[in-house]
Write a protein that binds this ligand. Sequence first.
Ligand code: GLA
Length: 398
Amino acid sequence: MNSLTSTTYNPDDLIPEFVKLYGGKAEDVRIYSSPARINIIGEHIDYNGGKVFPAAINKYLYVAIRKRQDSKVIYNDVRFPGTFEFDINDNFVFDKKNDYANYLNGILSQLKAAGHKFDCGFEILMVSNVPAGGGISSSSALECGFAYAVSETFGFNIDRVTIAKLGQMSEHNFMGVNCGIMDQFIIATGKKNTAEMLDCATLDYEYAPLELGDYRFVVMNTNKVRRLADSKYNERRSQCEEALKLLQDSGCSIKALCELTPAKWEEVKGAVKDEVLLKRAKHCVYENQRVLDAVAALKAGDLVKLGALLNASHKSLKEDYEVTGIELDTLAETSQKQDGCLGARMTGAGFGGCAIALVHKDKVDSFIENVQKEYTKVVGYAAGFFACESGDGVALYK
Ligand code: GLA
């Protein structure tokens, strides 16, 4: 048993649990759901003005919420013992000992900074079927699900794009991670049976039907404990900024790396002399092109082409962006060799976390068995697997 195959929590149990914990009437409690995501392709380019192609999936976090008569803010999570208690009038600041409550306080701090006024406190009980730290964006699911629940409960009626931006601002200003907008955006705006092509330079987006015929996306969790992933993430981001600056200084009038087509990049790349920066920028430019090609392939029903692009993306993330590691490489490269698998790549930030593979539905079981065997042999512990379906963005569950 591992974090991705462990028992699924039934969200209908949340209201009785809520009433047991806090008392009062069940009718006043609302439950909001917030999905995990996979990114099909377009990695580490959301913060480089690139295009990305994520999808919300049917693994959800649930937030049960009710206003209080007083100004207390109380958080509980079915999975974790202990209660966090604050006051809505507190000046919320990051504090390591507040653990997951930091994600929620971060959102409250951003809501207040945006001028929203609270007339009372509230209490919540959460549960999640999204494995924590697993690379399918459990933290963004938490931020956006909570922001949406609070917004609806207090009548702020914040639109979905603004919910996404609040989540990202909370990461930047409160959690100290300079993430892009992709995760929060897909979690706030995702729609079942579609993937979303998001232009991170303009925030224009377009839904593409996720028609995979006999194929399924299998999510594979490395189960690696991620250390220092945030600092390495921020380091990649600064390296891209450095490469951009060198290009701009040489007279190239771009605002973001992903404005360059591969052909233009080949013309101007001489301005980036540092070998590491060169590799980082190259990844961005070519990954952006792969997204365009992948969306076209999916629209044309060419899953073989899509699979080949997934493989090329992984190779680039391994060799040029250097965010994979033995765990993700073993998962992706072993997957790529399996019968019935059209392609595989890491998804999300990397350095551990998850990979995805596009696998024929009749081969999913043998695929998982074979990849698990090889992974355990190479890495020394088991990976987690599940075949996923698409899901909906943040919503009222009941
Ligand atoms: C994390 C970040 C995203 C994005 C991906 C890499 O998931 O939160 O903004 O940068 O990594 O594509």
